[in-house]
Design a protein around this ligand. Structure first.
Ligand code: HEM
Length: 474
C-alpha cells in the first residue's frame, strides 16, 4: 500500500519549493494553502515539510499528536548561537529540554518572580513617559517603535542581568551589546542553506555560519563577564533582589538542579530569556499602537475606559489591569491579527499517520497561525481590527482555543506568557492613557504603513513616527 502524502504544489528538482517563498514566508504559505488545503506537503531542499493552516490542523499538531510533534529540528543557528541546542527554544524534545524548561518556569517565569519585577517595569515605564512628556512639550516627532523596543529591552536587562546597557557598551568590535543582539536575531532568522542541503553546511556559501560563530564568541564573552561580575558582587554582599543571573548561579552552586547544570547551561537559559522576552512583547505593543492610531474611535473608547478605571490624575498600575476589559479585547485582537510568531516550527519525532496522511519521522511540521487569522471560515471580517468581537466570548490566550494561539499550545507553548502579557498590557495602557498620538506632516491614520517584516519575531516593517500630546492632569 502506497503511503499517502498530503497534497501540495509541484516542486523543482533539488531545491523543492524554495522558489515559492519570498520575504514573508508565512504569507506565501497562506496563499499556497488556499489552493492546496489546510494540510499541505512541501519540500525545502532535503527537508520534507508539512504545513497546517487551520484551527483543526493546529489541534492535530499541538494536541492530538502533540508528543510526536514536540520536536525541534537541529539547525546551524541552534548549534552556533544557542550553546549547541542547550537552550529551551532550540532544544530537542527529551529529558534535558523538560528539565531546563521546568527549571526556568519554576524559578524565573513563575507568578511570584513576575511580580517581583513589578517595580522595575514601573520605573522603566516612568522614564519612558517622562521623556515622551518632554517631547510633547516641544511638539517633537518621536520614533515610537524605537522607544518601545528600548524600554522593553531595558526592563528585560534589569530583570535578567540586574542592570541596563548603554547602546555602545560591551560586545567586541564596534556595535556594542544591542547591536550584537540585533545581529544575532537577524542572522538566526535567515534561511541557512546548510540546514536544507547537508553538503552545503561545510561550504557555508552565504557566510551565515561564520557570522554566527563570530557573534556567539562576542556574546559568550559578554555573558561570561556578566556572570563573573555577579560572582564577585555576591561574594562581597548577598543581594536582596535576585536577578536571573543570581538565581541561576545559586542553583548551579547548590547542585539542586538535579541534572548536569554548569555555566554553559546558565548562559543558554539567559539567552532564552533575552531571545524570548524582548522582541515578542515590543513588536506586539507596536502593532497594537499602530492599530489604535489607525482606528481613532477604538483609541477613544480605550482611553475612556482608562479614564474611568484609572483617572486622569494617575498613571496606570499593574493592579488596574484586571479591571480593564476593553484593553484586554484590544490586546486579544492585536494577537489575533498580528501574531508576532506567525509560524510555529516543530519536527516529527516518529513516523505518524494524521488523518489519512503519512508523515515520516524527521519531517518539519509548521503551524501557520497567521493563516488562521485571515480565514473567513474562522473569523467574521477577518481583516478588520475589531476588538468588540471578543465581547461575551470566552476565547482565551492560553492555548485552549485553536483559532487563537499567539503563545502556542501544548508542550512547546510559551513559558513566558504571563510575563509577556503583563508587559504588553501595562505598556500599551500607559502609552494611550498618558498621550494622544498625532501623525506628523498632516499624515492621515489610514496612511500608516502596516507591512510586516518576517523574522524570529515578525514585527512592523516601518517604525511608527508620531507626536505625543499629553492627556494627564499632572
Ligand atoms: C508577547 C509576548 C510573547 C509571545 C507572543 C510569545 C510567543 C511564543 C510562541 C508562539 C512560542 C512557540 C510555540 C511553538 O513553537 O509551538 C514561544 C516559545 C517560547 N517563548 Fe514566548 N512569547 C512571548 C513572550 C515570552 C517571554 C516574555 C519569554 C521569557 C522571558 C518567552 C520565552 C519563550 C521560550 C523559552 C519559548 C520556547 C519554549 C519551548 O520550546 O519549549 N516568551 N513563545
Amino acid at each position: 500500500l502506497k503511503k499517502k502524502q498530503p497534497p501540495g504544489p509541484i516542486g523543482l528538482p533539488i531545491i523543492g519549493h524554495f522558489h515559492l517563498l519570498g520575504k514573508n514566508p508565512h504569507q506565501d504559505l497562506h496563499r499556497l494553502a488556499q489552493k492546496h488545503g489546510p494540510i499541505m506537503y512541501l519540500r525545502f531542499g532535503f527537508v520534507p515539510t508539512v504545513v497546517f493552516s487551520s484551527p483543526a490542523g493546529a489541534e492535530l499538531v499541538l494536541k492530538t499528536h502533540d508528543l510526536v510533534f514536540a520536536g525541534r529540528a537541529s539547525n546551524q543557528a541552534a548549534k552556533h548561537i544557542s550553546y549547541d541546542g542547550r537552550n529551551i527554544v532550540f532544544a530537542q524534545y527529551g529529558s534535558y529540554w523538560r528539565d531546563m524548561r521546568k527549571l526556568a518556569t519554576l524559578n524565573l517565569l513563575s507568578t511570584s518572580k513576575v511580580s517581583q519585577f513589578q517595580p522595575v517595569r514601573k520605573a522603566e515605564l516612568r522614564l519612558a513617559v517622562d521623556s515622551l512628556r518632554r517631547a510633547a512639550a516641544g511638539r517633537e516627532t518621536v520614533d515610537v517603535s524605537e522607544m518601545i523596543m528600548g524600554t522593553i529591552g531595558d526592563m528585560v536587562c534589569l530583570m535578567v542581568f540586574g542592570r541596563k546597557f548603554a547602546g555602545g557598551e560591551l560586545g567586541g568590535s564596534g556595535g556594542g551589546f544591542k547591536y550584537v543582539i540585533d545581529e544575532t536575531f537577524q542572522v538566526a532568522a535567515k534561511p541557512n542553506l546548510g540546514d536544507f542541503f547537508p553538503y552545503m553546511g561545510t561550504i557555508d556559501l552565504q557566510g551565515l555560519t561564520r557570522r554566527m560563530k563570530e557573534l556567539s564568541t562576542t556574546f559568550d564573552g559578554f555573558l561570561e563577564k556578566i556572570i563573573d561580575d555577579h560572582v564577585l558582587q555576591n561574594k562581597q554582599q548577598k543581594k536582596e533582589n535576585q536577578d536571573f543571573v543570581d538565581t541561576m548561579m545559586a542553583i548551579m552552586d547548590s547542585g539542586e538542579a538535579g541534572f548536569e547544570f554548569d555555566r554553559r547551561h546558565v548562559k543558554a537559559v539567559l539567552l532564552d530569556m533575552l531571545l524570548g522576552g524582548t522582541d515578542t512583547s515590543s513588536a506586539t505593543i507596536d502593532w497594537a499602537l499602530a492599530e489604535l492610531i489607525r482606528h481613532p474611535q477604538i483609541m477613544k473608547k480605550l482611553q475612556q475606559e482608562l479614564e474611568q478605571v484609572v483617572g486622569l490624575d494617575q498613571y496606570v498600575e499593574e493592579s488596574h489591569l484586571e479591571k480593564l476589559d476593553y484593553l484586554n479585547f484590544v490586546v486579544k485582537e492585536t494577537f489575533r491579527l498580528h501574531p508576532v510568531v506567525p509560524l510555529f516550527i516543530h519536527e516529527a519525532l516518529e513516523d505518524c499517520t494524521v488523518e489519512e496522511f503519512h508523515i515520516a519521522k524527521g519531517t518539519r511540521i509548521m503551524v501557520n497561525v497567521w493563516s488562521m487569522s485571515k480565514d473567513p471560515n474562522v473569523w467574521q471580517d477577518p481583516e478588520k481590527f475589531f476588538p468588540e468581537r471578543f465581547i461575551g466570548s470566552n476565547l482565551d490566550l492560553h492555548g485552549h482555543d485553536f483559532e487563537l494561539l499567539p503563545f502556542g499550545s501544548g508542550r512547546r507553548s510559551c513559558p513566558g506568557l504571563q510575563l509577556g502579557l503583563t508587559t504588553v498590557r501595562l505598556v500599551l495602557a500607559q502609552l494611550v492613557h498618558c498621550f494622544d498620538w498625532e501623525l506628523p506632516n498632516g499624515m492621515s491614520p489610514s496612511e500608516l504603513d502596516m507591512s510586516e517584516h518576517f523574522g524570529l519575531v515578525t514585527g512592523k516593517d516601518k517604525h511608527i513616527m508620531a507626536i505625543p500630546v499629553c492627556r494627564l492632569h499632572k
